[in-house]
Design a protein around this ligand. Structure first.
Ligand code: NAP
Length: 322
């Protein structure tokens, strides 16, 4: 592999598998290891042409201002709400993400989380481990997936992988998004309408200002006392206080959450609730899938500098050859 004559700023810690490739192909500078990040940016800023990003540090206009020759931000993750992609696009900076390679893994996690939440499997395991089985059976679960209607909010790449799996469970499927995709599933043009017409919502909505706290008291009321809310998208889409209240007072039955508003911090009130199943953002978290995502991050960078064409640029930014 030939070395590419480019200074790359690595702003979030990468897996070894990724970092080793970045070190081989580029002059990679690890911002997250710098004792004084501002000093490193001041010294290297004009020479940096590429950024490798992750969720630990945002790429905002403040950072872009300090990197005047930046051409590409390669982000680890399909969600890129950590990058101001609109401003990057306006400056002619490409932003890439890692779609598709994680969809099946995240869909598996979403389905697992749904079953765990509806059938209380983690709670049943706690019951066994606490030695309670010798004196009683675990109570029958009031909820089931049988004869249920599933609403998917955000029927994109991951949402469709979830729908494929859910069909095999016999769930009837509806969805919400900004547009009617004219497909076999029933479309609702608002979250409230979706919530009124399904038993379970799985949310795969992206983060960002347009979806900020769109799951509020009204939506939880519409979902109703038998309803289950699963979130595999972004924590910022949920008014967590309203969700906690809805779970406490029976406005909805249960919730399964892989993502939270202030990760890795999860509200104590949520952790205390017996009808919430909580995961530490593990949707795509297998070695296999994280390696595939890392490879795509690297390939986006090398393709841009070798061929003038990134592989998976996001919608807001340009991608034409240099
Ligand atoms: P995608 O293919 O772009 O799908 C996103 C869907 O959301 C689209 O169907 C889109 O439909 C809808 N949508 C986008 N903006 C919306 C808005 N403002 N209001 C309503 N609907 C909106 O993306 P994906 O690959 O499926 O990934 C989706 C999200 O999953 C990511 O952005 C990320 O936040 C999250 N994620 C989480 C994990 C995890 O580990 N938990 C892992 C990967 C991804 P319309 O265009 O019709 O509105």
């Amino acid at each position: 592999m030939t070395k590419i004559d480019v200074d790359l700023l690595v702003i979030s810690e990468m897996r070894d598998y990724v970092q080793e490739q970045l070190d081989v192909r580029f002059r990679a500078h690890k911002l997250y290891e710098a004792p004084d990040a501002d000093a490193m940016i001041a010294e290297l800023g004009p020479s940096i042409r590429a950024v490798a990003a992750g969720s630990h540090r945002n790429v905002d206009t403040d950072l872009m201002d300090k990197l005047p020759n930046l051409e590409i931000v390669s982000n680890f993750g399909v969600g890129y709400d950590n990058v101001d992609a609109k401003s990057a696009g306006e400056r002619g900076i490409i932003v890439t993400n890692t779609p598709d390679v994680l969809s099946d893994e995240v869909a598996d996690t979403a389905i697992g989380l749904m079953i765990n939440t509806v059938r209380e499997l983690p709670q049943a395991e706690q019951f066994l481990r606490a030695g309670k089985w010798t004196s009683a059976n675990y109570p029958l679960t009031p909820n089931t997936l049988r004869e249920k209607r599933l609403g998917i909010a955000g029927l994109g790449r991951i949402g469709k992988s979830i729908a494929e799996r859910a069909e095999s469970f016999g769930l009837s499927i509806a969805y919400y998004g900004r547009s009617d995709q004219k497909i076999a599933y029933t479309y609702y043009d608002s979250l409230k309408a979706l919530a009124e017409n399904v038993d379970i919502i799985i949310s795969v909505l992206p983060g960002g200002t347009a979806t900020n706290k769109v799951y509020n008291e009204d939506v939880f009321k519409a979902l109703g006392p038998d309803g289950t809310f699963i979130n595999i998208g972004r924590g910022s889409t949920v008014d967590e206080d309203a969700l906690i209240e809805a779970l406490k007072n029976g406005t909805i039955r249960s919730a399964g959450l892989d993502v939270f508003d202030h990760e890795p911090h999860v509200p104590e009130a949520l952790m205390a609730l017996p009808n919430a199943v909580l995961l530490p953002h593990v949707g795509s978290g297998s070695v296999y899938t994280r390696n595939a995502m890392g490879q795509l991050l690297v390939d986006n960078l090398t393709n841009w500098f070798e061929n003038g064409k990134p592989i998976t640029p996001v919608a807001e930014t340009p991608f034409s050859a240099k």
